[in-house]
Structures are given as C-alpha cells and as structure tokens.
Design a protein around this ligand. Structure first.
Ligand code: F6R
Length: 265
C-alpha cells in the first residue's frame, strides 16, 4: 500500500485527480469505480477543472469512451432524490464532463428484486472488462463502499444494513425530519478488491483512527478497508490530520519525496 501524505485535502485531491486523468488519457475506454460522500468532491471538482481547461487548450480530458460503476446507493431512493447517489454523481461529475450517461452505472435503489439487480450489477462490471481504477473513501468505522465492520472480506454486491454511526454521519445529506434509509446496495469487498488499482482518499482528524487501522492494523473484517493491504496496487491519499495516528508517517513521507521521477503523480 502506498501512503501519500499531503498538507491538506486540496493537495491530496489534486494528486489523486492527476492519477485518474492519467488513467483516462492512457486508456480512454477505462472503467472507473466511483465513490460519493464529501471526500471525493474536491477530486471531482479538479477533474471538471481539467476537463474544461483541456477543452480550451486543445488536449481534452475525454470521458466519452469511459464507463463507470458507483460503489453504492440507498435502497428506496430514486435518481430524482437529492440524497441519492445517482443524483450526487449527476450533479458533481457526470453532468459536468462528457460522460455518456448510458455508460454510467449506479446500483438501482428502486429495484423490485434487489438480489437479481445486485447479480446484474456484478455481471455488468464483468462484461465491461472489470474496473481499472476504483476511487474510495473510508468511513470513520473503517468501511469502504457501505461494507460495514464484520462484512465478509469476500463479499459481492448485495444489500447491507447501515450502522447507526454511518446513518448519523450521513444525516447531513438529508433534509430535516427525513429518515436516512437503513438499507443500501453496495459493491462487496471482494468486488472492490478485483479493481486493478484502488485509490482511497481520507481527510481530517475524524478519519485518523480508521486510516491507522487500515494501513497499520491487522487485516480484519472489523476494519473492511484493511483488506487493501492485500491489494497489489492501492494508493492512499491523506492529509496531515488524517495521518496523525500513523506510526510510520515519516517513512511514508520519505518514500514520497524520494520517488523516482517516472513514478511521480
Ligand atoms: C460512498 C462510500 C462511503 C464513503 C464513506 C466516507 O460512496 O462508498 O464508503 O466513502 O462513508 O464518506 P465521506 O466522504 O462523506 O466522509
């Protein structure tokens, strides 16, 4: 696992965006795995900026051949609901660059048969050739996607019940008095681990313990993100605050500062 510590969320997001852009430029038909929540907002903002700048300068960052699969969606929320992840993606990325809508996928929160729909989501990822680059955030409890602690580390796309901790963390996205759904559809930990490259972003002191457990703790279903220790290409972009509980932070900084030029972001 490569740990990249930056002074703030903005700097970390810019580096992560460069990695995503490089992926798209090297392989225009890339399959991206995407996350929602507060964390990737600056990353998506930077991709939009690069897209617009590229258009005016004649070297466009072209998403029109790319395919995307989002990690998760709330059960019961349709694409028009402002707290749905389809709505989030439309507002913050899909609608602001040249993604082809028919090549963007978000689990169907309104599926009549959730199990069938989850199986179809897995099939669609496989048929697209698998995920080249997966963007991840991390929950304060160590979840990735909505794979809460004790999720099977081999799990596939399925329905999950959110912890009360996650429901209250996400209440800010819902209007006052509105219930946060208890159930979600999420790619499994096994699904995420099949991505060829995983990048995880985490910013702020509130993520420091989860980051330390993920990077330096034992691999455990109690911290689903810790399975990324087994991934052959996982890069973690964090800020100083999120790095504050890492024992080996100075080593990770040293590694980053001494990267060979061809390996830099
Ligand atoms: C969202 C997702 C979640 C979030 C995590 C952190 O698609 O998969 O794992 O990444 O809950 O959320 P924020 O970024 O809002 O702190």
């Amino acid at each position: 696992m490569e740990v990249v510590i930056q002074p703030d969320a903005r700097a970390g997001s810019v580096l992560a965006a460069r990695l995503v852009a490089k992926q798209i430029r090297n392989k225009p038909s890339s399959v991206l795995g995407l996350a929602t929540g507060s964390t990737p907002l600056a990353l998506y903002g930077e991709l939009v900026r690069m897209f617009e700048e590229g258009r005016t300068e004649g070297h466009p960052l072209d998403f029109s051949h790319a395919t995307s699969f989002n990690l998760d969606e709330y059960v019961g929320l349709g694409p028009e609901h402002p707290a749905s992840y389809r709505y989030f993606m439309q507002k913050n990325l899909f609608g602001r660059v040249n993604f082809k809508l028919e090549r963007t996928h978000v689990p169907d929160g309104l599926a009549a048969d959730v199990e069938v729909s989850c199986g179809q989501y897995e099939d669609a990822i496989r048929e697209a050739g698998g995920i080249d680059l997966q963007v991840l955030g991390i929950g304060g409890d160590g979840h990735i996607g909505f794979n809460e602690p004790t999720s099977s580390l081999a799990s596939r796309t399925r329905i999950k019940t959110l912890t009360e901790e996650t429901r209250s963390a996400n209440r800010r996205f819902f209007s006052e008095g509105e219930e946060v759904p208890r159930h979600v559809i999420t790619m499994g930990v096994g699904t995420i681990m099949e991505a060829r490259c995983c990048i995880l972003l985490a910013f702020g002191a509130g993520k420091a313990q989860a980051v330390a457990d993920m990077v330096e703790g034992p691999i455990s279903a109690m911290v689903p993100a810790s399975i990324l220790q087994m991934h052959p290409r996982a890069v973690v972009f964090i800020d100083d605050a999120a790095a504050s509980r890492l024992k080996r932070a100075s080593y990770y900084r040293f590694v980053f500062e001494n990267k060979p030029s061809w390996q830099r972001y």
